[in-house]
Design a protein around this ligand. Structure first.
Ligand SMILES: [Zn+2]
Length: 438
């Protein structure tokens, strides 16, 4: 079993907690009085960083919200008050895609960029990648941090990195075949899209040497049905990974595919809290992931509300790692969770049901609110050659069986639902009936 940092990855949990705490104290010393954002935040809450002497002290630190980081950026453009050091200390800037509002800029020093590579090396080694491998990155290298950090990780494990930006999907498939790429990093949506393109162009996927896909950007790689679909289409294992521009690459799936992702606890402190009360939930219960990154003093996040729903599992993994796992990966967004007739519904639960249908190509889920009542509307595109009404009815029944909720399933004309190459947005909410919005 290849490890990247075996001593820490397999350390007894008490030692891991001590390591986290040592790193935390060092970080607090480094940024206190220097990082304008946190210095003000803590002094506003009457907290002195030097007084944080235990994990229970740590829990007194106020949460950090994304909106505050955006505001910090507006107050001191372009990089914001969370940039701890003077601008000349930084060598990289990235920004979020801004699909859900103002883009957030993040900056890295050479040391923290190395740290990104260190975290990504865990992701790659977790999937069994070594110096013998060739990693294909079908990704356009824009300002989004996305797979840029994968390049650093590939360097750390000594693998060959094949850049695949600026090409169309069919060119990418040919390039993978010609160069013998055996690992691909992309979103789950794009993995399915490449398989669809191959099918349309009569490109034989079995002619590729790909044995592993490493996914990011969306939860799909841990949605059992989506995973199975990708693995069948590619004849390869598919591994999940989670991270965020403002946090770092924090979680990865190990080769044993235990049905979840390991949190890199040597580099991050993860807490799982009730999103409403902010109180810790029991291990095994669903809550919001709150994270502290320990290796990015130039742009730290301390007790950051990720908005991601997770279920933490502290039992040891058969791979030998003692790092906690999130069962099922990221389960959805805490603000996407909606209660319909007493049932908690989150996007991955619906995706898991729909993806079992090979006859469904693309789908979109809308929660409509009419007269204060929520209703689930699902639109599907059916692969040609199938009995459309038959598929529609079966999808409706399957959702009902899985969630005890009766949705309205409608068939969309082929090509009318968005086919995503990067982050898919298949879940939305509307006030009023769906017909009014079309
Ligand atoms: Zn494991």
């Amino acid at each position: 079993m290849p490890f990247f940092d075996e001593v820490n990855e397999t350390a007894p949990r008490e030692r891991l907690r001590m390591l986290q705490f040592d790193k935390l104290q060092k970080l607090l010393r480094e940024i206190s009085g220097r990082n304008r954002f946190y210095t003000k935040k803590w002094s506003d809450s009457g907290i002195v960083a030097a007084d944080i002497q235990s994990f229970s002290d740590f829990e007194k630190l106020p949460f950090t919200h994304k909106s505050e980081l955006i505001q910090a950026q507006e107050e001191a453009p372009p990089f914001g008050t969370n940039a701890t050091f003077s601008v000349d200390a930084y060598t990289r800037v990235h920004q979020t895609s801004g699909t859900t509002g103002t883009p957030m800029r993040v900056v890295d020093t050479p040391e923290s960029w190395d740290w990104w590579g260190h975290c990504w090396a865990h992701v790659l080694k977790g999937a069994g990648v070594t110096s013998a491998d060739r990693i294909f990155l079908p990704f356009s290298f824009g300002p989004f941090i996305g797979f840029w950090a994968t390049v650093e990780g590939a360097k750390r494990v000594g693998a060959m990195m094949i850049p695949g930006g600026g090409w169309d999907s069919i060119q990418r498939l040919h390039m993978m075949r010609e160069l013998g790429a055996n690992v691909v990093c992309c979103t789950p949506t794009y993995a399915l899209r490449l398989a669809e393109v191959a099918r349309e162009a009569h490109f034989d996927m079995r002619s590729l040497s790909v044995r592993a896909l490493i996914h990011a950007g969306e939860p799909g790689a841990n949605v059992a049905r989506t995973k199975a679909r990708i693995e069948a289409a590619w004849g390869a294992k598919c591994f999940d990974h989670a991270g965020a521009s403002e946090v770092g690459a924090h979680s990865f799936e190990c080769e044993l595919q235990p049905g979840g992702i390991h949190l890199i606890e040597s580099e991050f402190i993860g807490e799982v809290l009730d999103p409403q009360t902010g109180k810790a939930v029991q291990a095994g219960e669903i809550g919001e992931l709150v994270i502290t990154n320990l290796g990015r003093p130039g742009f730290p996040v301390i007790r950051y509300r990720t908005g991601d729903l997770v279920r933490m599992n502290l039992t040891p993994c058969a791979c030998g790692r003692t790092f906690a796992r999130f069962d099922g990966g990221l389960l959805g967004r805490s603000d996407d969770m909606v209660t319909i007739r007493g049932v908690n519904v989150y996007p991955t639960a619906i995706e898991n049901v729909i993806r079992q249908f090979g006859s469904v190509d693309e789908f979109r889920v809308t929660v409509t609110t009419v007269h204060e009542m929520h209703h689930l509307e699902v639109q599907i595109e059916v692969v040609s050659g199938n009995d459309v009404e038959h598929v529609r009815m079966h999808v409706e029944q399957a959702i009902y069986q899985a969630l005890s909720l009766r949705p309205t399933v409608r068939v969309a004309k082929p090509g009318t639902l968005a086919h995503f190459e990067m982050k898919a947005r298949r879940f939305r909410r509307l006030d009023g009936p769906l017909e009014n919005q079309q």
